[in-house]
Design a protein around this ligand. Structure first.
Ligand SMILES: [Zn+2]
Ligand SMILES: [Zn+2]
Ligand SMILES: [Zn+2]
Length: 295
């Protein structure tokens, strides 16, 4: 079976929290003590599962942070074929050691794609996996088997039948990657084109153009108070409007955000068909750990 369209695609939002996670250690605020399970947020990451054109089950991770093990258990992940890494901050890559389990289960290495700066940082952080230096694992210890692929913004590449294009985002003063994923043969449903844009404070004009019109947009929306390296909720809603995504899911949420309150506020602000205001016709919602979007 070859060259079938991509099918059975499903994005699982594995984590929706900011770098400290929610609850934050030791915090007694109303969000950190909330009984609503949607207010418990592991670090932001995603898993895109689908059947590729050859009929094989595939899983692409979108970042792989320190909560990966718990996230994988909850989502019942059994394989990973590709890891798309936005940047090398701790909350996005400190779960890569855990991927060694997939190597054993699937009997193959895992490809990791990111830009040159991120790969350089990863070679330092993970010298025992990606470098020549075995470091503390001098006893031929069991480490992950990862092959790296350097990518550049604006240069699409294939990922098991999906066309992936990295776009440059600005995260404070630092350029990071967002990802746009297209199913080239078309696919009915509400997922593709899909864009993953976490950790962003400015979207350059060219990147905004490259993202325009996606069906599903996963977007940074830290909190309401301004932050030097992340979108506020208001900035995220504005960006979602310019990009005109059909459905926008906010992630990287801080402990300032009570899920239920933000959900109601966004529903009122963006109308959900109310036909009024700048956000009319847009759907913007807070994400929660375990939320899935089917293709
Ligand atoms: Zn982050
Ligand atoms: Zn708190
Ligand atoms: Zn970051």
């Amino acid at each position: 079976m070859t060259n079938q369209p991509i099918r059975d695609a499903r994005l699982t939002i594995l984590g929706t929290g900011t770098s400290s996670g929610v609850p934050a250690i030791g915090c007694q605020c109303e969000v950190c003590t909330s009984a609503d399970p949607r207010d418990r947020r592991t670090r932001t990451a995603g898993a895109l599962q689908f059947i590729d054109p050859g009929g094989h089950a595939r899983c692409i991770l979108l970042d792989c942070g320190p909560d990966h093990r718990e996230q994988a258990l909850r989502a019942r992940l059994t394989r990973v074929d590709e890891i798309l890494v936005t940047h090398a901050h701790v909350d996005h890559v400190w779960g890569l050691d855990e991927t060694r389990r997939y190597n054993i289960m699937q009997g193959s290495s895992i490809r990791l794609s990111s830009d040159a700066a991120t790969l350089s940082s990863l070679r330092t952080i993970y010298s025992h996996i990606l470098g020549d230096d075995p470091g503390p694992n001098g006893n031929d210890a069991w480490v992950a088997d990862i092959e790296t692929r350097e990518i550049r913004p604006g240069e699409p590449f294939d990922c098991f039948g999906l066309r992936v294009t990295a776009v440059e985002l600005i995260h404070g003063r630092m350029p990071v990657l967002g990802f746009r994923l297209d199913a080239p043969q078309g696919m009915a449903g509400g997922l593709f084109p899909l864009a993953w844009c976490t950790d962003v404070s400015t979207i350059p004009t060219a990147s905004e153009a490259a993202l325009r019109g996606v069906t599903t947009l996963v977007l940074d929306g830290l909190r309401d108070r301004p932050h030097p390296t992340h979108f506020t909720i208001g900035q995220a809603v504005d960006a979602a409007g310019r990009i005109a995504a059909r459905r926008t899911i906010l992630v990287h949420l801080a402990h300032d955000i009570l899920h239920d309150r933000l959900e109601r506020r966004l529903r009122e602000a963006t109308g959900a068909g109310a036909g009024a205001g700048a956000g009319a016709g847009l759907s913007v919602e807070p994400g929660w750990d375990g939320l899935t979007v089917a293709g």
